[in-house]
Design a protein around this ligand. Structure first.
Ligand code: SAM
Ligand code: SF4
Ligand code: SF4
Length: 338
């Protein structure tokens, strides 16, 4: 008998994204616009954050329920001190197949990359939206230079956190002119560049459909310069659609969450830094697991809660996205974890 935990649309729970902080060193205009996340913004107090032991306990229980992959994220996960200690705790849990991290790279020194690798991190994704300083600095909105992110990418590769994936959010009229330059730079590097459609996450980034460059147009542009061929997904539920350069110079990915939604195969849950579980990136409501942890709940009680949450899940926001859904109250991506 199939004992797999499944939601109302028959999707199993396979991935857990864990946000370890809601803070960040950048103020990317599409994620944490300065006007909202300014000096007066109230971030979570330290006491509200799950401890590494609390995160590891929830992860262990989720892995028993089918989670195979954990991605550490935020906010900026490397802002959280001694993150390698959490990596070590998670890496020691039986049954976890994949442990990875998404970062803006600003704090990823060679020493940090090595410490994360030694602790058991398997791979890493580093975000970079352009190779041109003026464009990148305008997008991260704190004047952070491209060269430091490129150095972080090399530090990660040298530490063996390979293949390194590079996330580029494409926004029309802002950095779409950087698509070919980014493709050219990372072709043949062994790193995998992934183009992400600009999404209507949260309620603060002023998203408009007109600002989205469809993934199909991105692929067409690159294909005209360097022919591409489709690659089969590595596993069901993979977010990125993969393409390889026909000349053997590696592969790219496109994440078409807006124009080609993939809710049908979405196996992801997200744990916020303060221990709320969300079953969709666009959810407005989460489930307070920290209250259970700190209220002395047993493993069996927490597991029963996980079951109830996942069994009741019906989320498919990207499939029903419309002018109407844009007005929904949604939690911010920096809070819930990208
Ligand atoms: N701070 C880390 C970073 O930037 O890599 C991790 C957290 S960030 C929220 C995770 C990913 O979400 C990044 O690659 C970022 O570019 C992407 N992201 C943030 N806001 C987005 C948006 N509105 N649309 C599409 N992707 C977005
Ligand atoms: Fe920070 Fe990442 Fe959001 Fe940029 S995308 S503001 S780096 S959390
Ligand atoms: Fe999954 Fe929600 Fe994104 Fe659909 S909109 S793919 S259900 S996170």
């Amino acid at each position: 008998m199939d004992m797999t935990l499944r939601d109302t649309l028959h999707r199993p729970l396979r991935d857990l994204r864990v946000s370890v902080t809601d803070r960040c060193t950048f103020r990317c205009t599409y994620c944490m616009p300065k006007e909202v996340f300014g000096r007066d913004f109230q971030f979570l107090p330290r006491s509200a954050l799950l401890t590494f032991d609390e995160i590891a306990r929830l992860a262990r229980l989720a892995i028993v329920q089918g989670v195979q992959k954990i991605r550490l994220t935020g906010g900026e996960p490397l802002v959280r001190r001694d993150l390698e200690q959490l990596v070590a705790l998670l890496a020691s849990i039986d049954g976890l197949a994949d442990l990875t991290l998404t970062t803006n790279g600003a704090l990823l020194t060679p020493t940090k990359a090595r410490a994360l690798k030694d602790a058991g991190l398997q791979r890493i994704t580093i975000s970079l939206d352009a190779l041109d300083d003026a464009i990148f600095m305008a997008m991260n909105d704190v004047g952070f230079p491209v060269a430091k992110v490129l150095a972080a990418i090399e530090a990660a590769a040298t530490a063996g956190l390979a293949p390194v994936k590079i996330n580029m959010v494409v926004k029309r009229g802002v950095n779409e002119g950087s698509i070919l330059a980014m493709a050219r730079y990372f072709r043949g590097s062994g790193h995998i560049l992934r183009f992400i459609e600009y999404m209507d996450v949260g309620t603060t980034n002023g998203w408009r459909m007109e600002d989205v460059v469809p993934a199909a147009a991105i692929v067409a542009r690159i294909n005209a310069a360097w022919p591409l061929a489709p690659v089969d997904p590595t596993y069901t539920g993979e977010v990125a659609t993969r393409w390889r350069y026909v000349d053997g110079s590696g592969e790219i990915g496109v994440i078409a969450s807006v124009t080609q939604p993939f809710c049908r195969t979405c196996t992801r849950a997200r744990l916020s830094a303060e221990g709320w579980l969300y079953t969709c990136l666009f959810a407005s409501q989460g489930h307070d697991l920290r209250a259970l942890l700190r209220g002395g709940a047993s493993d069996a009680e927490i597991t029963a809660t996980l079951h109830a949450i996942w069994r009741g899940r019906a989320d498919r926001y990207s499939e029903i996205r419309s002018a109407h859904t844009r007005a929904f109250t949604k939690v911010e991506m920096s809070y819930i974890g990208g």
